[in-house]
Design a protein around this ligand. Sequence first.
Ligand SMILES: [Zn+2]
Length: 209
Amino acid sequence: MINPTDFSEELDGYKKIDQYNEEHVDRIAHHYSDILEALGENPNREGLIKTPERVAKALQFLTHGYDIDAAEVLRSAMFEEDYSQMVVVKDIEVYSMCEHHMLPFFGKAHIAYIPNGHIVGLSKIPRVVDAYARRLQVQERLTNEIRDCIQQTLNPAGVAVVIECKHMCMAMRGVQKQNSVTTTSAFTGAFQNDVTRSEFLRLITASLD
Ligand SMILES: [Zn+2]
């Protein structure tokens, strides 16, 4: 039950409408009021009065991947094609939330597949990333879920996924290693082969200029 709400933005003919589940917004906001108090804040002061509602809406947006069927996203744009060379989509922005601290982790994903009769609309690959990233996650599972979805839906000769992220739970708390980057990778099929995997790694580290 998703209702369109108050928040919309108009930009040169492009209209962005955010949708929220009002019941969930109320429920989450109610708890955030308590949390503010427990933190020693006054939830009724001017700057905070609408904060619980804003946080509730932000959290719904940051976890909207639960409502997306990533396999369906791919199936909606699969085409028969006998192209059988590696297709690489690199530098896909990733924004996710670590499930241990509910703090952001973000960075880039690089994805490749080798078609086996079908290709997929290129814009669908970043949407698959988003479908899994916009949930409470760990980077390792995110990497595997993207790989498995592409492998199982498109059935290519191989899939490669490399994700590089900075974790706010590492940078802002705990060990406070502010610039460390975590890299995870997952491969299937032809990418298990050293030569193919090296070619992929060379392509994602090469620059166009
Ligand atoms: Zn964490």
